[in-house]
Design a protein around this ligand. Structure first.
Ligand SMILES: Cc1ncc(COP(=O)(O)O)c(C=O)c1O
Length: 369
């Protein structure tokens, strides 16, 4: 058995030497949080890199979701996807909002716009889609529905760092988009996240909300929360931003190797790049058809694991099956056939910037044999 564990992900980390220089500076300034200079610098650098007008940094990718719903005063019911990380739906629950699950498009893993309208009720106030694996949602179709029914659109873009469609950032779609900078993501600040918005007024409101609602020294204008990013992680982010393009390029090469090697294996399928999209290759999901492949998804997953090749059944189980949500009328299996099918067949293969040729060959060997 090969000893080295090939992990599904590995964090992109700045050089310790470079980071130490920033730490020294922070130690000297003694300004370690509350909109310090590194926080400001990272916000500006990210606006530039991501081609977005306004961004607000957060301490993780869950709090901007919760705060976006607060900021836009979303209530009642929100249409969302069961095929995501559980934080997407939890953000609704924490706001006292009823999640309404709608099935996904099996060709992208994203909320199917054709199924949204039938789920709208007089209580619906917003749609919360996810760009799953960084694959862009059908934003035009979703916006058309939102405009027709007067709904807000909040994108959980946790996976979509740097993704562009025809040269335009996917983060500019909808009313607000949120990002996660968790250690497992393409761009990370260890823990961290951000919110992208289109106008200065929303940015100001968000900046109040993430700092307890303080508008100035003495005035609290809303029941805010504390979700600010500190200076140390902002500095770490600035350094990582310098190397993220190289990391994405490395991931792209790995995706190419996987696709070339896995093409034609009966019972294994995967998605190709979409036309006119700059992907970030944050994940490489494959789908196992047990009958054709001669082995179930779980059998393959555990066989890989035994041989120290760690995939991830991401997303499995579906959010709609968890105890908090399974009682909802929109959570039944009959209503979500595509989501069930994908959740039961998916394995995300190891995908990160530091995979070697040997690592990739070992992953491929596991699936081929
Ligand atoms: C789709 C999605 N939404 C939200 C989150 C939450 O982000 P964080 O872990 O930074 O709080 C994640 C994190 O994995 C995610 O994948």
């Amino acid at each position: 058995m090969d000893k080295k564990i090939i992990t599904v992900t590995s964090p992109l980390m700045p050089s310790l030497e470079e980071f130490n220089k920033y730490l020294k500076d922070i130690w000297e300034k003694k300004w370690i949080t509350n909109n310090g200079s590194y926080h400001q610098e990272l916000e500006a650098a990210l606006c530039d890199y991501l081609k977005v007008p306004y961004i607000s940094l957060f301490t993780n990718g869950t709090l901007p979701l919760i705060t976006a719903l607060q900021a836009l005063r979303i209530t009642g019911e929100v249409i969302t996807t069961p095929y995501s990380f559980v934080a997407t739906t939890h953000a609704l629950w924490w706001n006292g909002i009823k999640p309404v699950f709608v099935d996904i498009d099996p060709n992208t893993g994203n909320l199917d716009p054709n199924k949204i309208e039938q789920a709208i009720t007089p209580q619906t106030t917003a749609i919360m889609p996810v760009h799953v694996y960084g694959q862009p949602c059908k934003t035009k179709e979703i916006q058309d529905i939102a405009d027709k029914y007067g709904l807000r659109v909040i994108y959980d873009a946790a996976h979509a760092f740097g993704v562009e469609v025809e040269g335009e950032s996917i983060l500019n779609a909808g009313d607000i988009s949120t990002l996660s900078f968790h250690a497992t993501k393409v761009f990370n600040t260890i823990e961290g996240g951000a919110m992208v918005m289109h106008d200065a007024k929303i940015k100001q409101r968000i900046d109040y909300l993430k700092n307890f609602g303080f508008a100035n020294e003495t005035e609290v204008v809303a029941p805010g929360i504390n979700s600010k990013m500190d200076e140390i992680r902002a500095a770490y982010g600035l350094l990582n931003l310098k190397q993220v393009d190289k990391a994405i390029e490395k991931r792209k090469q790995t995706a190419f190797k996987y696709r070339t090697a896995l093409k034609g294996i009966k019972g294994i399928s995967f998605w190709d790049d979409m036309p006119h999209v700059r992907h970030n290759y944050s994940y490489f999901p494959i789908f196992v058809d047990a009958e054709e492949y001669g082995m179930s998804r779980d059998e393959l997953y555990f066989k890989m694991k035994k041989n120290n090749v760690w995939g991830r059944r991401y997303f499995y189980p579906l959010i709609s099956t968890f105890s908090t949500y399974r009682g909802l009328e929109s959570a039944t299996k009959e209503k979500l056939p595509n989501a069930y099918k994908i959740a039961e067949s998916v394995i995300c293969l190891p995908m990160h910037h530091s995979l070697t040729d040997d690592d990739v060959a070992r992953v491929i060997k596991e699936i081929k044999k």
